[in-house]
Design a protein around this ligand. Sequence first.
Ligand code: NAP
Length: 287
Amino acid sequence: MAPTILITGASGQLGKLVLTELLKTTPADQIAALVRRPEAAAEIEALGVTARMGDYTDPAALSAAMDGIEKLLLISSSEVGQRAPQHRNVIDAAKVAGVSLIAYTSLLRANSSPLALAAEHVETEAYLAESGVPHVLLRNGWYTENNVGTAGMAIEHGTYIGSIGEGRISGAARADYAAAAAAVLTSDDAQAGKVYELAGDASYSLNDLAQETTKLAGKPIAYTDLPEADYAGALVQAGLPEGFAAVLADSDVGASKGALEENGKTLSALIGRPTTPWQDTLADVLA
Ligand SMILES: NC(=O)c1ccc[n+]([C@@H]2O[C@H](COP(=O)([O-])OP(=O)(O)OC[C@H]3O[C@@H](n4cnc5c(N)ncnc54)[C@H](OP(=O)(O)O)[C@@H]3O)[C@@H](O)[C@H]2O)c1
């Protein structure tokens, strides 16, 4: 059978987890994955999934990749600053190919979020609406992995750093968001027009994270709150590019105002199980 579902960003961390979830319910020959590197194609093909080559900047390749596709999962690009035009190319190709549903991974409450990261998602959501292609928005909240990923450094230095104050994050594991995407792609219910605000069942502050890390590491770990510019500077010193450091510091400031807290429990309802406790994700990272 020719593939009818196409996953973009399939070589990424979220995309791989979406493929794993989809393969639990969907024959591999019905799934295709968009990749831009031959090594990634080989990895995908080993799962029995068809790899289709294409970069978000290459409209002709994107058109070819859409052949026969009914449902498309557009996982937002990781190239911050280039995302809106890249996403437009994917949406244009899907429209011409007659794709009947696009699921797009946006950002939690993108339409009202103070995060600078929201702008490209808002632009993409607007372009989807203009395109007339039936679509569903998966407005993903924060990956818990973003925060617990720095646990090793926090243990080394005795503290987490950030600009989030007492703000709380309703983080969920990437695997939870992947399960949601697979559920939407395979649902028997009509999905077009739906907007899912997806987040973890429980929230944490950076102080909570520091306390839990203290327990697991067996040594005191603090949380040090910094002014936005100082935090961005510390991230640059740690080796992050300036632009990305600024985006992360800005996200913390947004989160300090509640932008990443969400209590609707839509994600656990969609996947039919509780979201992964943040404590488990932290324990996994430290294991
Ligand atoms: N909610 C959150 O907390 C959060 C955090 C970080 C990111 N995000 C967003 O969620 C997305 C998925 O997260 P992730 O952790 O899976 O990111 P990731 O591991 O960096 O994966 C990004 C994927 O996008 C692909 N990609 C990037 N630029 C492309 C291009 N020009 N053409 C074709 N493919 C391209 C990458 O391909 P290669 O393998 O070839 O590089 C990779 O498959 C990110 O891209 C970002 O938009 C959300």
